[in-house]
Design a protein. Structure first.
Length: 363
């Protein structure tokens, strides 16, 4: 039997379930249990057909109204749950755009200052028409010394503190090249003049203190032509040094010196200001020795198959680590090769900032 009290109780029960549904799935279950085909409200509606006309008049509108209220409550609860779900999702997926972005590999990776300086040298000398030549780190005695006019037994050989490899059965002793000058010989033997090359690379000497490491880097320069002379050498070095140190002008001082492979031989000093923690190139009243150079010795030309009566030329050799330390204010040479990631993150260069003359060498 249907009576008003039981309808009220049914409505109160369903509405309580609607209010208590924690999520949309639970609410759907409440809807099916009340308004589905066999739901509690639907079952009540089915009883209308078997009622007396008077009862139907009473209970018909009452039941329809109840069904409508339940349906409305379900709709409202559904909308509220959808809103709450959206709020929760928005809260959980919120992005704080004021946080710093995570560093990519590009930000943390660094180019070593020696590699950077080699790239800078290459950019500068390429613009002057030089190409780059390379040779092996393990050299023959002939290329490292003899062809460069170091006579066998000459004291200049001893000054190089050479690392020798074990002697071969035929008596030959290979060595770790003590300078990049053997690449001059290789180049002259394989290339017809005119020649304009730089030869950057690793070199080795048995020496270790604040300004010496057993492995270090040099760059050699070589120009061979019919009329190449010291005036050209001076211009090339001045242009190079002022571009490299990014200063408007440099002043050079040439002092006589001795190398077996050049005649005359000179050492070059650059005007600078020595401050407690830095050296400023291109100003001041101090002088800093920066490289060795000279006119290629006729014996060397001859040893390389170049006719000294037709061709002449000049060469120079410079320490790359030293000019890197000067330019970038690195006080101890040994730090360059200690593989300390903190040092590299401080002194290193961003990987995709290639040095160019137009875009800037060290920007
Ligand atoms: N090879 C010399 C050294 O290691 C540097 C040098 C001096 C190279 C004069 C040259 C030069 O080409 O002309 O001490």
């Amino acid at each position: 039997m249907t009576d008003i009290d039981s309808l009220n109780a049914l409505e109160a029960d369903v509405l309580a379930q609607v209010a208590g549904a924690a999520d949309e799935a639970a609410l759907e279950a409440v809807r099916v249990a009340a308004l589905g085909k066999k739901g509690s409200v639907s079952e009540k509606l089915k009883t209308l057909g078997s009622m007396s006309p008077d009862d139907r008049k009473t209970f018909g509108p009452a039941l329809n109204a109840l069904r409508d209220r339940v349906a409305a409550a379900l709709g409202e609860r559904k909308a509220a749950l959808a809103d709450a779900a959206l709020e929760a999702r928005l809260a959980s997926e919120r992005l704080d755009v004021s946080l710093p972005v995570r560093e990519s590999g590009l930000e943390t990776g660094r180019i070593h200052p020696v590699s950077q300086v080699m790239d800078e040298l290459t950019a500068i000398f390429s613009a002057m028409g030089f190409s780059v030549a390379e040779g092996p780190d393990i050299e023959t005695d002939e290329l490292n010394f003899t062809a460069l006019n170091f006579p066998v037994g000459h004291p200049a050989r001893e000054m190089h503190d050479t690392f020798f490899l074990p002697e071969k059965p035929n008596g030959e002793r290979l060595l770790l090249r003590t300078h990049t000058s053997p690449v001059q010989v290789r180049t002259m033997r394989s290339t017809q003049p005119p020649i304009r090359v730089i030869c950057p690379g690793r070199t080795y000497r048995f020496d270790m203190d604040q300004t010496h490491t057993p492995m270090f880097h040099q760059v050699e320069g070589l120009v061979i032509d019919k009329e190449a002379h010291l005036g050209h050498l001076r211009w090339v070095l001045e242009e190079f040094l002022k571009t490299f140190f990014e200063v408007p002008s440099v002043e050079l001082r040439f002092r006589p010196s001795f190398f077996p492979f050049t005649e005359p031989s000179m050492e070059v000093d650059v005007r600078c200001r020595k401050l407690p923690n830095e050296v400023r190139i291109g100003e001041g009243d101090d002088w800093l020795e920066i490289l060795g150079c000279g006119m290629v010795h006729p014996n060397v030309l001859r040893n390389c198959g170049v006719d000294p009566d037709v061709y002449q030329g000049f060469a120079w050799g410079m320490g790359i680590d030293r000019i890197a330390m000067l330019k970038y204010g690195m006080p101890d040479l040994r730090d360059l090769f200690s593989a300390d990631a903190r040092w590299l993150s401080h002194y290193g260069f961003r990987p995709l900032d290639f040095p160019t003359l137009a875009g800037g060498l060290s920007s």
